[in-house]
Design a binder for this molecule. Structure first.
Ligand SMILES: [Cu+2]
Length: 381
């Protein structure tokens, strides 16, 4: 019931721009032809394009701050950005159902798929109990980004994440323990290529590469011993070279803006520990309303689908703790997010976004997501 209401409000919000779209407004008219010309000809000079294109300097000209690679720049323009993100996960879930830690530790568990060796021998067909259950996990990330437009149709971008992951666990003997890792995550480099642009609509191609700069060798102290290889979600990197293709559409009327983005993260190889994290498919649709020129509010629906891992890290035991099982990594999450954007103040923007899942389906038992938060700033020059 509650979900249906949320969907309804969101739909109304997303459709309302269509009405606003048709309303003419003076400062939106393609009137200043000399202005747009001068931007094209002297776009890389120091004159501020904001004066000629009021829309581009309004708060909702950029997508909610949690969306990456949503906008392009004029030829010669640079942008630096910083974001701080956190994701909170608390409690376990399998499929759509919650699971208590007692269920994980004291109820029989079964392998997600039964493996056969040369078709005759069945491995791990029986029930087992986990020794350890994860209770909660918090991931926080500092993300530094840069953008530069060598031409009007092409923007290049790069992102460097610094990651910190903490996880709380409980053992079957009622012992609590915590593991923590931090470091540089996987650095990405990409291009945005403009496919089409009209006064109110814009479409570009996203094409990125994610490099295995993060660690897949993070160790920690656990009840099994000191300096043990930590399970998959505790690693700060994937160890794989990833290709990240995608498509981004944005549009705006006089006070509304909206957009949609699809990004796929495709792993090209197994990493040095002989596993390959699952592909990730990320789609967003959003709508924003400019309350003032420099203040906008946004709503976003974000669906993320993650595949299970392939292969496995030989130093992890998948029946010890569910986070060490490569076949319990996949799932789908649908998040509803609200955001505030401030800007632009001479190229400076601020944004904040908060969201919670409204639907989750996990190949569990797996920690469920509870909250997602991003705050960030961007400076274009
Ligand atoms: Cu930018």
């Amino acid at each position: 019931m509650k979900q249906r209401l949320i969907y309804g409000v969101l739909l109304a919000f997303l459709l309302s721009p269509a009405a606003a779209f048709t309303q003419p407004r003076e400062d939106q008219e393609p009137d200043n032809p000399d202005a747009s010309e001068s931007v094209q000809q002297h776009g890389n000079e120091s004159e501020a394009p904001q004066n000629h294109e009021p829309w581009r300097s309004s708060a909702s000209a950029h997508a909610p701050i949690g969306v990456m690679g949503d906008h392009m720049h004029h030829k010669g323009e640079f942008m630096l950005s910083y974001r701080f993100m956190t994701m909170e996960m608390d409690g376990n879930r399998t499929g759509e159902n919650r699971m208590s830690t007692d269920e994980l530790l004291f109820f029989p568990q079964f392998a997600p798929t039964i493996q056969t060796v040369s078709g005759t021998q069945v491995l791990s067909p029986g029930a087992f109990n986990y020794m350890v259950a994860p209770i909660r996990m918090r991931m926080s990330m500092h993300m530094f980004g840069g953008m530069y437009a060598p031409g009007d149709r092409l923007t290049v971008m790069g992102m460097v994440p610094l990651v910190r992951i903490t996880m709380d666990h409980i053992t079957r003997r009622n012992q609590l323990f915590k593991t923590q890792t931090d470091g540089v995550g996987d650095v990405s480099l990409g291009i945005l290529f403009r496919i089409a642009e009209s006064e109110h609509h814009h479409l570009h191609l996203n094409l990125g590469l994610k490099f295995p700069t993060g660690s897949i060798d993070e160790l920690g102290d656990t009840p099994t011993g000191y300096n043990q290889q930590l399970p998959y979600p505790m690693q700060t990197g994937t160890g794989t070279l990833d290709v990240v293709p995608g498509l981004t559409y944005t549009g705006h009327g006089s006070i509304f803006a909206w957009g949609a983005q699809f990004l796929a993260t495709l792993r090209t190889e197994r990493n040095e520990r002989d596993y390959r994290p699952g592909n990730v498919y990320d789609s967003s649709i959003w709508g924003a309303i400019n309350a003032l020129d420099w203040l906008s509010f946004s709503v976003r629906l974000n669906g993320v689908s993650r595949d299970n891992y392939e292969g496995s890290d030989a130093s992890l035991t998948s029946t010890l703790v569910p986070t060490a099982d490569p076949r319990r990594r996949g799932g789908q999450v649908l998040r509803l997010l609200g955001g505030i954007n401030l800007g632009s103040f001479d190229g400076l923007r601020f944004g904040v976004e908060y969201g919670e899942p409204i639907h989750q389906h996990l190949n569990g038992p797996q920690l469920e997501e509870d909250a997602y938060f991003v705050i960030g700033m961007q400076y274009a020059f």
